[in-house]
Write a protein that binds this ligand. Sequence first.
Ligand code: DX5
Ligand code: ZN
Length: 221
Amino acid sequence: MIPYMIAPSILAADFSQLGDQVRQAVEGGADWIHIDVMDGRFVPNISFGPQVVKTVRSLTDLPLDVHLMIVEPERHLKAFADAGADHLTVHYETCPHIHRTLQTIRDLGVSPGITLNPGTPVTDLRELTHDFDHVLIMSVNPGFGGQSFIPTTLDKLRRTKALLEATGSEAMIQVDGGIDPSNIRECYEAGATNFVAGSSIFKHANGITAGIDALRQALAA
Ligand code: DX5
Ligand code: ZN
């Protein structure tokens, strides 16, 4: 089996006990911690800023995967890098100079990622496949947790994998939105190896560790 990673999204955590929730995710076997940054402009919702990234940084040594759902992300890259982000993912749709933006992230010593909304074609990655370390294929429209997985994502993942292979890119494929035990295996078979999950982990009836275990069991099935 090709190695994979689970990245719990703290957007679905109980914020009244964020420290404890992050610790449970770490002890439960998380590989990365996914932090969703929303600005109320690119997406309707508003969530976290660099201060929350810095707080989570103080709680764990796991890689922090910061997903920037914000306009003009280049204005904030240094602040998130300084706060302790290991991976910074920008939306293709927010970056008129995406090549420069990815390079700026790398120059900050952070691993660059690019992400595509459900309506953005994979072919838009064509000139960039050697400029990012991972590509995040959104399987919901960004802005909220708890939405349903969009089934056409599976074909999009397959086309992403084909493009990366055709261009000799070793970038990792990540998927985010509505990931649960019913669809994670199909996403893996379609080419994803990094799985962001909020609700199915933090809102699992039997707790955070059980949520991570359920995803791993579904992947192994
Ligand atoms: C959506 C965010 C996701 C979100 C996923 O805009 O990018 O990371 O937290 O949450 P679930 O797993 O509940 O769909
Ligand atoms: Zn996300």
